[in-house]
Structures are given as C-alpha cells and as structure tokens.
Write a protein that binds this ligand. Structure first.
Ligand SMILES: [Zn+2]
Length: 255
C-alpha cells in the first residue's frame, strides 16, 4: 500500500486529500479530493504514466471541503463509484459499519462509522500485510478531534475511545486537516505530560504530521483520548468520561 498526501488550501483550511494505491495492481482510490485544481493534475499525471488505475472516490464525510470536489472529479475522470457517508455529494455506496471491501489485490478496507462531527462521518481502516493505516477525516486529528457539529460528547467518546481506540496500536493516522500545532497548544494547556511535549517538538520542527503518529501515540498525547486520565479529569473538573469529553471540547472551542 502506498499513501500519497495531497495538501489542499495550504495556509487556509490545510486539508489533505490522499491517494491510496495497491502497488501490485495499481488500483487506487482518492480520498476527499475536495479541491480538484490541486488534486486532478497529480492524479492525471499518474494515470497517464501508468502508475495508477483510479478505481473510486472515497469520502470521510459530507462537508464541502471533503466531498465538494466529487462532481468535478467525476467530470474529469469518468463514472467512478463514490464511496462515502449518506450525505456526501453524488455518493453511490455507503458501506455499513464494519463492512469490508478491497482495493486491488492486497488492501482490505474496513468502514468504521464515527458519527458526531457529522452524522455521516466514516473512518476507513486499511490493512496490507502488517501495514495498517486509518483515514479519520474530521473525527480524529493528530492531538485533537473535530467539532461536534451534528453530534454530542457521548458520540465522540464512542468514536475515539471505543471504535478508533480498538484498532491496533501501530495503525498510522491520516486525518483530514493539518491542525497539529493548534491542537498541541490546547493539549499543553490541559497537561504538560512528556508525550505532549514530544508532540509539540515534532510539530515545531515539521510542517506535516499526517501518517507520522499511530493510534497508540494518540492514546498518549491526545487529551480527547485520555478522558480516564486523573490529570485530565482534574483539569476539566469532571470524572465521567462523557462529561470530560464535553468539557474538553468546550475548553478547546473557547481557546
Ligand atoms: Zn468537516
């Protein structure tokens, strides 16, 4: 499995599209190609040089800065399946929670429904041999999580601390935006733990952090995945994990 990040709206939304390729068959999917002027030339060049065979568009959720490029991509690349949440533009297939499908010969994809940021949010866990990655859209960021636009703290707690936390610890995280610097600032406001300081040092030295951290790392440095940590409970004044999640989100929103 080869994962290529395609940054979009750098300096503004700091979004990422991702081109995921099954190397033996060259079958590929493009995840959240929301700004075709920045994505299509790269995809086109790889098709014309025989590096990839584009098989589908995949969306993490319906927001315009994730699914808003679908129609333009379909116009440029022909009739492709659009795999995504039920409210995504021109979606043709919404996988059920836990449903699996293949990309080419080797990549197995498992859809994980993680409603909260939007009700149609889906994370995609992909495995090729012992290589494991997850595309988390605006549900899980490095050191943070998405806003609760269409859901509540109980749903985000379930998404992060049950659904995503159950993935193997060595699963690399590819989020929908590069927000790590701002996220680590908030984490430090809540806790000065060593893993958070390490994440801060990495974010200071590197512009891009996607694919550099794992679910295991997030459990250590992401305060939204540490709702049972007494230090985080103390900082929020709450003990129930859902209350801690709600308080963290309110504190972050106010920052
Ligand atoms: Zn969003």
């Amino acid at each position: 499995m080869h994962v290529q990040s395609i940054p979009m709206w750098t300096g503004k939304g700091n979004n990422y599209a991702y081109l995921v390729t099954d190397e033996p068959s060259k079958k590929s999917v493009i995840i959240d190609p929301a700004n075709p002027p920045e994505v299509a030339p790269e995809v086109k060049s790889q098709i014309s040089t025989g590096k990839i065979d584009l098989a589908a568009i995949v969306n993490t959720h319906h927001h315009w800065d994730h699914a808003g490029g679908n129609d333009e991509m379909l116009a440029q690349f022909g009739k492709l399946p659009v795999i995504g949440g039920s409210n995504c533009k021109s979606v043709t297939k919404t996988p059920a929670h836990g449903e699996e499908f293949k990309i080419g010969d080797r990549i197995t994809v498992r859809a994980l429904h993680t409603p909260c940021h939007t009700q149609d949010s889906i994370c995609y866990f992909m495995q090729d041999g012992d290589q494991r990655v997850v595309f988390t859209g605006d549900t899980l960021f490095i050191g943070g999580c998405g806003r609760f636009f269409e859901g509540n703290a109980a749903e985000m707690h379930k998404a992060l601390n049950q659904t995503l936390a159950a993935l193997p610890d060595d699963t690399k995280v590819y989020p929908g935006h590069e927000y790590t610097k701002a996220n680590v600032k908030f984490c430090l406001h809540v806790s000065q733990s060593e893993p958070i300081k390490k994440l801060q040092a990495f974010a200071e030295a590197n512009k891009e952090t996607q694919g550099k951290f794992t679910i295991g790392d997030e459990k250590l440095h992401n305060v939204f995945m540490r709702v049972n940590d007494p230090e985080i409970q103390k900082a929020t004044g709450k003990t129930d994990p859902v209350d801690v999640m709600a308080a963290l989100r309110e504190m972050k929103n106010a920052m």
